[in-house]
Design a protein around this ligand. Structure first.
Ligand SMILES: C[S@@+](CC[C@H](N)C(=O)[O-])C[C@H]1O[C@@H](n2cnc3c(N)ncnc32)[C@H](O)[C@@H]1O
Length: 227
Protein backbone atom coordinates (compact mmCIF):
# COMPACT_ATOMS: atom_id res chain seq x y z
CA UNK A 1 0.00 0.00 0.00
CA UNK A 2 1.20 3.50 -0.84
CA UNK A 3 1.00 4.81 2.73
CA UNK A 4 2.25 1.89 4.83
CA UNK A 5 5.75 2.24 6.29
CA UNK A 6 7.98 -0.16 8.21
CA UNK A 7 7.48 0.51 11.96
CA UNK A 8 11.17 1.39 12.46
CA UNK A 9 10.95 4.20 9.88
CA UNK A 10 7.62 5.37 11.32
CA UNK A 11 9.13 5.59 14.80
CA UNK A 12 12.14 7.48 13.53
CA UNK A 13 9.90 10.03 11.79
CA UNK A 14 7.78 10.44 14.91
CA UNK A 15 10.78 11.11 17.12
CA UNK A 16 12.37 13.54 14.61
CA UNK A 17 9.10 15.46 14.25
CA UNK A 18 8.47 15.51 18.01
CA UNK A 19 11.94 16.85 18.72
CA UNK A 20 11.53 19.53 16.05
CA UNK A 21 8.19 20.55 17.55
CA UNK A 22 9.68 20.79 21.05
CA UNK A 23 12.34 23.10 19.60
CA UNK A 24 9.59 25.13 17.95
CA UNK A 25 11.09 24.44 14.51
CA UNK A 26 8.37 22.11 13.20
CA UNK A 27 9.75 21.53 9.71
CA UNK A 28 13.45 21.53 10.54
CA UNK A 29 13.63 17.71 10.38
CA UNK A 30 13.01 17.30 6.65
CA UNK A 31 16.41 18.46 5.41
CA UNK A 32 18.40 16.14 7.77
CA UNK A 33 16.11 13.27 6.82
CA UNK A 34 16.84 13.76 3.10
CA UNK A 35 20.54 14.35 3.75
CA UNK A 36 20.88 11.23 5.93
CA UNK A 37 19.12 9.14 3.28
CA UNK A 38 22.27 9.71 1.25
CA UNK A 39 20.62 9.09 -2.10
CA UNK A 40 18.65 6.03 -0.97
CA UNK A 41 14.96 6.77 -1.58
CA UNK A 42 13.96 3.81 0.63
CA UNK A 43 15.03 5.95 3.59
CA UNK A 44 12.51 8.64 2.63
CA UNK A 45 9.20 7.21 3.82
CA UNK A 46 6.89 9.05 1.39
CA UNK A 47 9.14 8.60 -1.68
CA UNK A 48 7.90 5.86 -3.98
CA UNK A 49 9.86 6.88 -7.11
CA UNK A 50 6.63 7.01 -9.08
CA UNK A 51 3.71 9.37 -9.60
CA UNK A 52 1.19 9.30 -6.75
CA UNK A 53 -1.55 6.94 -8.01
CA UNK A 54 -4.37 9.36 -7.13
CA UNK A 55 -2.70 12.12 -9.14
CA UNK A 56 -2.08 9.71 -12.02
CA UNK A 57 -5.72 8.62 -12.07
CA UNK A 58 -6.93 12.23 -11.95
CA UNK A 59 -4.60 13.31 -14.76
CA UNK A 60 -5.79 10.46 -16.96
CA UNK A 61 -9.28 12.04 -16.87
CA UNK A 62 -8.17 15.64 -17.41
CA UNK A 63 -7.96 17.49 -20.72
CA UNK A 64 -4.70 19.15 -21.70
CA UNK A 65 -4.15 22.31 -19.67
CA UNK A 66 -4.60 25.67 -21.41
CA UNK A 67 -1.63 26.97 -23.46
CA UNK A 68 0.97 28.30 -21.00
CA UNK A 69 -0.98 26.66 -18.15
CA UNK A 70 1.10 26.88 -15.01
CA UNK A 71 1.20 24.44 -12.12
CA UNK A 72 2.99 24.66 -8.79
CA UNK A 73 3.91 21.68 -6.67
CA UNK A 74 4.11 22.37 -2.94
CA UNK A 75 6.75 20.40 -1.00
CA UNK A 76 7.69 18.43 -4.11
CA UNK A 77 9.92 15.84 -2.38
CA UNK A 78 11.78 13.81 -4.99
CA UNK A 79 9.88 15.27 -7.94
CA UNK A 80 7.81 12.42 -9.44
CA UNK A 81 4.50 14.30 -9.27
CA UNK A 82 6.05 17.48 -10.68
CA UNK A 83 7.38 15.48 -13.62
CA UNK A 84 3.94 13.92 -14.24
CA UNK A 85 2.31 17.37 -14.34
CA UNK A 86 4.96 18.57 -16.76
CA UNK A 87 4.39 15.56 -19.02
CA UNK A 88 0.67 16.33 -18.92
CA UNK A 89 1.39 19.75 -20.41
CA UNK A 90 1.82 22.20 -17.54
CA UNK A 91 4.72 24.59 -17.08
CA UNK A 92 5.69 23.41 -13.63
CA UNK A 93 7.34 25.15 -10.71
CA UNK A 94 8.12 22.73 -7.88
CA UNK A 95 9.57 23.74 -4.56
CA UNK A 96 10.70 22.19 -1.33
CA UNK A 97 12.30 23.57 1.82
CA UNK A 98 14.98 20.87 1.64
CA UNK A 99 17.98 21.78 -0.55
CA UNK A 100 18.96 18.10 -0.62
CA UNK A 101 15.53 17.12 -1.97
CA UNK A 102 15.76 19.75 -4.72
CA UNK A 103 19.30 18.71 -5.68
CA UNK A 104 18.06 15.10 -5.72
CA UNK A 105 15.21 16.05 -8.13
CA UNK A 106 17.69 17.78 -10.42
CA UNK A 107 19.94 14.74 -10.34
CA UNK A 108 17.08 12.32 -11.02
CA UNK A 109 15.64 14.39 -13.86
CA UNK A 110 18.63 16.16 -15.42
CA UNK A 111 16.76 17.13 -18.62
CA UNK A 112 13.58 18.16 -16.86
CA UNK A 113 11.70 21.30 -17.84
CA UNK A 114 10.35 21.60 -14.30
CA UNK A 115 11.62 24.68 -12.50
CA UNK A 116 12.81 23.15 -9.20
CA UNK A 117 13.39 25.66 -6.41
CA UNK A 118 14.39 25.63 -2.76
CA UNK A 119 11.68 27.66 -1.02
CA UNK A 120 9.91 27.80 2.30
CA UNK A 121 6.13 27.68 2.13
CA UNK A 122 6.00 30.30 4.88
CA UNK A 123 8.16 32.76 2.92
CA UNK A 124 7.01 32.51 -0.67
CA UNK A 125 7.81 34.84 -3.54
CA UNK A 126 4.94 37.40 -3.67
CA UNK A 127 4.95 37.18 -7.48
CA UNK A 128 3.50 33.66 -7.08
CA UNK A 129 0.27 35.13 -5.77
CA UNK A 130 -2.67 33.87 -7.92
CA UNK A 131 -0.13 32.83 -10.58
CA UNK A 132 -1.00 29.14 -11.04
CA UNK A 133 -3.79 27.39 -12.96
CA UNK A 134 -3.15 24.29 -10.85
CA UNK A 135 -1.84 24.25 -7.30
CA UNK A 136 -0.92 20.74 -6.25
CA UNK A 137 -0.68 19.93 -2.55
CA UNK A 138 0.04 16.31 -1.69
CA UNK A 139 0.63 15.17 1.90
CA UNK A 140 2.42 18.30 3.10
CA UNK A 141 -0.32 19.88 5.22
CA UNK A 142 -0.69 16.59 7.10
CA UNK A 143 3.07 16.50 7.70
CA UNK A 144 2.96 19.76 9.65
CA UNK A 145 1.48 20.07 13.15
CA UNK A 146 -2.19 20.96 13.55
CA UNK A 147 -1.20 24.21 15.28
CA UNK A 148 0.15 25.46 11.90
CA UNK A 149 -2.86 24.41 9.86
CA UNK A 150 -4.57 27.76 9.37
CA UNK A 151 -1.26 29.34 8.48
CA UNK A 152 -0.46 26.60 5.94
CA UNK A 153 -3.84 26.94 4.27
CA UNK A 154 -3.28 30.72 4.23
CA UNK A 155 -0.03 30.21 2.31
CA UNK A 156 -1.36 27.67 -0.22
CA UNK A 157 -4.76 29.16 -1.14
CA UNK A 158 -3.50 32.52 -2.50
CA UNK A 159 -1.35 30.73 -5.11
CA UNK A 160 -4.45 29.67 -7.06
CA UNK A 161 -5.17 31.85 -10.13
CA UNK A 162 -8.68 33.24 -10.46
CA UNK A 163 -9.91 30.51 -12.81
CA UNK A 164 -7.54 27.93 -11.38
CA UNK A 165 -7.83 24.76 -9.33
CA UNK A 166 -6.31 23.47 -6.14
CA UNK A 167 -5.78 19.71 -5.92
CA UNK A 168 -5.25 18.35 -2.41
CA UNK A 169 -4.32 14.75 -1.61
CA UNK A 170 -4.45 14.12 2.09
CA UNK A 171 -5.38 11.84 4.91
CA UNK A 172 -8.52 12.93 6.71
CA UNK A 173 -9.89 12.40 10.20
CA UNK A 174 -13.63 12.19 10.89
CA UNK A 175 -13.99 14.97 13.45
CA UNK A 176 -12.21 17.78 15.28
CA UNK A 177 -10.62 15.65 17.99
CA UNK A 178 -6.83 15.96 18.17
CA UNK A 179 -4.68 13.13 16.90
CA UNK A 180 -1.12 11.91 17.13
CA UNK A 181 1.22 12.53 14.23
CA UNK A 182 2.93 12.83 11.96
CA UNK A 183 1.00 12.55 9.82
CA UNK A 184 -1.81 14.61 11.31
CA UNK A 185 -4.86 13.92 9.10
CA UNK A 186 -7.08 16.90 8.30
CA UNK A 187 -10.43 17.44 10.01
CA UNK A 188 -13.63 18.64 8.29
CA UNK A 189 -13.19 22.17 9.69
CA UNK A 190 -9.54 22.30 8.67
CA UNK A 191 -10.48 21.35 5.10
CA UNK A 192 -13.24 23.93 5.11
CA UNK A 193 -10.66 26.61 5.96
CA UNK A 194 -9.98 27.05 2.20
CA UNK A 195 -13.43 28.69 1.97
CA UNK A 196 -12.01 31.67 3.87
CA UNK A 197 -10.04 32.37 0.66
CA UNK A 198 -13.05 31.91 -1.63
CA UNK A 199 -12.16 28.32 -2.58
CA UNK A 200 -15.00 25.82 -2.54
CA UNK A 201 -14.82 22.07 -2.80
CA UNK A 202 -16.07 20.95 -6.23
CA UNK A 203 -15.05 17.29 -6.25
CA UNK A 204 -13.94 14.68 -3.74
CA UNK A 205 -12.77 11.10 -4.15
CA UNK A 206 -12.27 9.07 -0.98
CA UNK A 207 -10.03 6.03 -0.71
CA UNK A 208 -9.57 3.58 2.11
CA UNK A 209 -6.08 2.13 2.37
CA UNK A 210 -4.12 -0.13 4.65
CA UNK A 211 -4.12 -3.70 5.83
CA UNK A 212 -3.00 -3.27 9.43
CA UNK A 213 -4.10 0.35 9.96
CA UNK A 214 -7.08 1.74 8.08
CA UNK A 215 -6.36 5.12 6.57
CA UNK A 216 -8.89 7.38 4.90
CA UNK A 217 -7.43 9.37 2.04
CA UNK A 218 -9.04 11.99 -0.12
CA UNK A 219 -8.34 13.76 -3.35
CA UNK A 220 -10.20 17.06 -3.30
CA UNK A 221 -10.57 19.77 -5.92
CA UNK A 222 -11.20 23.37 -4.88
CA UNK A 223 -12.09 26.26 -7.14
CA UNK A 224 -13.16 29.84 -6.55
CA UNK A 225 -16.86 30.17 -6.08
CA UNK A 226 -16.94 32.76 -8.88
CA UNK A 227 -14.27 30.91 -10.95
C1 LIG B 1 5.47 14.23 3.68
S1 LIG B 1 6.53 14.94 2.52
C2 LIG B 1 5.55 14.88 1.05
C3 LIG B 1 6.37 15.05 -0.19
C4 LIG B 1 5.55 15.01 -1.49
N1 LIG B 1 4.58 16.07 -1.56
C5 LIG B 1 4.89 13.66 -1.62
O1 LIG B 1 3.66 13.55 -1.48
O2 LIG B 1 5.61 12.67 -1.86
C6 LIG B 1 6.51 16.64 2.98
C7 LIG B 1 7.42 17.51 2.12
O3 LIG B 1 7.21 18.89 2.44
C8 LIG B 1 8.46 19.53 2.53
N2 LIG B 1 8.29 20.68 3.43
C9 LIG B 1 8.10 20.66 4.77
N3 LIG B 1 7.99 21.90 5.25
C10 LIG B 1 8.09 22.72 4.18
C11 LIG B 1 8.07 24.14 4.03
N4 LIG B 1 7.91 24.95 5.08
N5 LIG B 1 8.20 24.66 2.80
C12 LIG B 1 8.37 23.84 1.72
N6 LIG B 1 8.42 22.51 1.80
C13 LIG B 1 8.27 21.95 3.01
C14 LIG B 1 9.40 18.46 3.06
O4 LIG B 1 10.75 18.73 2.83
C15 LIG B 1 8.89 17.23 2.33
O5 LIG B 1 9.52 17.06 1.08
Amino acid sequence: MFEEQPPSLQNRIKSLATEAQVQNRPYSWFEPLYAQANGNAEQVPWAKSTTHPYLQAWLSEQPQPPANGKAIVIGCGLGDDAEALQVHGYQVTAFDVSPTAIAWCQQRFPHSEVDYQVADLFHLDPSWNQAFNLVYECRNIQALPISLRKQVVGEIAPLVAKAGQLLVITRIRPDERDCEGPPWPLSPLELAEFAAYGLVETDRATFVEGETVTVQQTRIIYQYAEG
